[in-house]
Design a protein. Sequence first.
Length: 323
Amino acid sequence: MTASSTPATLVVGSGGFLGRAVRRAAAATPGADVRAASVPWDDQDAAVEALVEAIRGVRTPDAGWRVVWCAGTGVVATGAEVFEAEQQLIARVLETVEGDDAAPGTLFFASSAGAVYAGSSPAPFDEDSETAPLAPYGRAKLAAEARFRTWAASTGARLVVGRFSNLYGPGANLGKAQGLVSQLALAHLEGRPSSIYVPTETTRDYLYIDDAAAMVLDAMDAVETPDHAATSRTDGASGTAGTTVTKIFASGRSATISEVVAAVEDAFGEPLDVRHGADPSATFQGLDLRFASRVLPSVDAREFTDFGQGVRNTVDALRAARA
């Protein structure tokens, strides 16, 4: 879309890994109106108030709008009680703005492919594969997807549910116990060993963060195109009010843990100190999480960042940050 035809875009979770990348990509269009929600996440009442105000700022009766919800709590090992609070926050926000008078618009919700298909088989998984979460994290993602889907049907908004494979690249949240590439690189820079709690043949699809952000914007463009029904699959009538499109966002190329370690070692030019241990959260991890999306194929028609280059970019960014 051109800047003149692109509606105002609100990014919820713009301080996070994906949200920051989406905001950066959306703002690259000259004249784009891209906004960030400043949210006090530690205070639910204040967070709800801030989110409602931000959504109402873009979701008006006068023009189309976009809300990209990239905010998320916890990781695979996080307990269920944390996600209960997150579900309550989402419900309160959506219920508050549900009855507002607003023009048609598009909502994007970032979910997790690895979490919702963790216990499914066989790989590779597509959008028709049975979801089978193993952890509260995956069950929370499915619950949130359902809440947004119900809200879209009620309000007439277009909804894209994006189930992402493993995101990697510069800018990952190093405080979260996730992101194998960044965690391996950080440990090496800090002179400490890395602990691996799953078999080294565990396989994941790795999607570079800038590729993921570009795909988010392309997916919203696609569902806003009137004639996209003829070339893409959706959960309902494509492009119509209240429609939900559920898509897996993945590179379609996978790597084992052994291959990831080798790529990080190649970026450093020296071996890593990797040790094997045990952790209860290992039971939440699927061994083979390869993906092959069949929805909105135009979004996948791109040249993805080479994995080795993406790892080198990540290592260089961490080195620069420490320097």
